[in-house]
Write a protein that binds this ligand. Structure first.
Ligand code: NAP
Length: 526
């Protein structure tokens, strides 16, 4: 398959007429051919109208049909092979190996959602038996199931061009829920987006589905994204990116004549609390693993471990030395785009020249224009407690070591944290009592707690949680990764007094979908 600069909208491909943009190769510092046509307001409207029309039939597809479609999308994605790997690597500066791994995980995620659809637990089919003889009032029979909300807009992320982008978790979970999807491609990887978009478009056709189940829009600036969120056909939004971008869209979704939810995953520093006994016995080992995880993918990961919190005492000096030693050997890496490189450079410079932190080590010097140089800063907890904004994310290969006076100050740092995607506790057997005190504090700050592990190794499964209180996400009640991400795009409907022949299959007494259901509060086997 060739990159042409066109967008798949329904079954057609269009070259947008609102101008052109080109992708940029951050490794070579040059633009990449071909130009991409930018979507017009009519393209946005067409994609959204098609999605709304497709919703009527797509929401009614059987679990087998919808599951088979998701598997086809996964197979088509994998079939893109080297064309995709090479295009994505050139548009992002990430390695082909990294892109291959992401593609495999994205395909596995689509297949996971095929299983989720077939299992049917997402419907949450629930029946309360009625009792016409109950006094003083008869008890009504209630039957409830979850249904898809309607067409969903997805904003692809810059930092995972496959896994959190066109065919990523937001798209997979919305399609699994029965919602058509219109994706706004991220401007930094339009060719990758086109290839993946066409693979999904082909799966829609091969599955005999309405063409409007999937469309992709190329934008430049905010106009296309704004028009998409404003469109009355759109019923929910999935977003991964900056806090500024995410919150602009959250406000936009809320300000519409018919408000819609915008599920935005935004910013997190993923603190690592190294408790005193663990610090004393394994500071060097922790440091080398931390540096490895903090610099993976040039640190451009929402789950990058970006903060260490430790108490000054035995092991603290060894930790600082080992971090510096490990970091000095790390080569500078190409960053995703000139914009992200520039943000990172500005943020590290601010920390380096600020009053509150000192640089304790840097990685190897950059060799090319958009190479990010790794760096670790150290800061006293008193400074952080006085100015919580100092704990903001540095999107790139940088982190901060926070030095606490004692356990009380460590607990205060935990209590002062903003919402996070993850918090890790590094503990030894002697740390259990302090860990017991920390746990209820960090539970209020994050939706994912790890022990003796680093955050950016995510298993995508049924129990996966990728979310957290603001500003990690705009709605901590949901995850954006893992099987239960589907819940963002569903709403409950209760049926009362419906004749049996009008009941949806999930709620019929003969249970034709063989679902696990809840009847009168108890799980009813299929
Ligand atoms: P971004 O600037 O938030 O952009 C993400 C997407 O949202 C793009 O498609 C962008 O479209 C669109 N967008 C942003 N603001 C918008 C607005 N006001 N109205 C309509 N659409 C809007 O994120 P990014 O380009 O990926 O990276 C910028 C910064 O975000 C990074 O330096 C980093 O700090 C942060 N980031 C964080 C994470 C994370 O997981 N925590 C991931 C990625 C990035 P256009 O580009 O076409 O305007």
């Amino acid at each position: 398959m060739k990159v042409t600069g066109e967008m798949p909208i329904g079954k057609a491909t269009r070259f947008g007429a609102a101008g052109t943009v080109k992708a940029f190769d951050p490794r070579r510092g040059v633009e990449i051919e071909p130009p991409f046509g930018v979507a017009t307001a009519d393209d946005v409207d067409d994609a959204c109208q098609l999605a709304l029309r497709a919703f009527e039939s797509y929401r009614e597809t059987s679990p087998a049909e919808r599951g088979a479609f998701l598997v086809r999308a996964a197979d088509n994605l994998l079939a893109l092979g080297d064309v995709l790997y090479e295009r994505a690597a050139s548009e992002t500066g990430l390695t082909v190996e990294r892109i291959k791994g992401e593609t495999a995980r994205t395909a596995a995620q689509l297949k996971l959602f095929a299983d989720v659809v077939r299992h049917g637990r997402w419907r949450n089919a629930t029946i309360d038996s009625g009792d016409p003889t109950r006094e003083p009032l008869p008890k009504a029979e209630l039957r409830m199931q979850k249904v898809p909300v309607g067409p969903v807009a997805v904003f692809g992320a810059s930092n995972f061009p496959i896994l959190y982008s066109v065919a990523g978790g937001d798209t997979a979970s919305a399609l699994a829920a029965g919602c058509p999807v219109v994706v706004k491609a991220h401007g930094s990887h339009p060719g990758t987006s086109e290839l993946v978009g066409k693979a999904i478009q082909a799966a829609v056709a091969q599955s005999g589905l309405h063409e409007g189940v999937f469309s992709l829009l190329i934008g430049a600036g905010n106009a296309v994204g704004e028009a998409l969120v404003d469109h009355p056909a759109i019923h929910a939004v999935g977003f991964t990116g900056s806090e500024a971008g995410g919150m602009a869209l959250v406000r936009r979704g809320a300000a519409r004549p018919v408000p819609i939810p915008v599920f935005a995953e935004m910013t997190s520093v993923n603190p690592n609390f190294v408790l005193p006994h663990a610090l004393e016995v394994r500071a060097p080992e922790f440091a080398s693993r931390f540096v490895e995880r903090m610099t993976a993918g040039a640190g451009q990961m929402c789950l990058k471990p970006g903060m260490i919190v430790a108490i000054e005492g035995p092991g603290f000096g060894a930790l600082r030395d080992a971090l510096a030693h490990a970091l000095r050997g790390v080569p500078a890496q190409t960053m995703l785009s000139p914009g992200i490189y520039e943000n990172f450079r500005r943020e590290t410079e601010r920390s380096r020249h600020g009053q509150s932190s000192v640089s304790i080590a840097q990685g190897q010097a950059p060799e090319a224009r958009f190479d990010g140089q790794s760096e670790i800063f150290e800061m006293d907890a008193t400074e952080l407690l006085a100015e919580p904004a100092l704990a903001g994310e540095m999107f790139g290969p940088a982190a901060v070591l926070v030095r606490c006076r004692d356990t009380q100050q460590m607990l205060a740092v935990a209590a002062g944290l903003q919402g996070q995607l993850t918090v890790a506790l590094h503990i030894d057997s002697g740390d259990i009592e302090l860990a017991r005190l920390l746990l209820p504090v960090v539970e209020r700050k994050t939706n994912r707690i790890l022990a003796n592990k680093f955050s950016n190794m995510v298993e995508i499964g049924y129990a996966t949680v990728h979310g957290g209180p603001f500003p990690a996400t705009s709605d901590s009640r949901f995850t954006s990764v893992g099987a239960t991400a589907i819940e963002r795009f569903l709403r409950p409907v209760c049926y009362e007094n419906l004749p049996a022949e009008l009941l949806p299959p999930a709620l019929r007494d003969d249970n034709p979908l063989s679902l696990w259901r809840v009847r009168d509060g108890e799980l009813e086997q299929r």
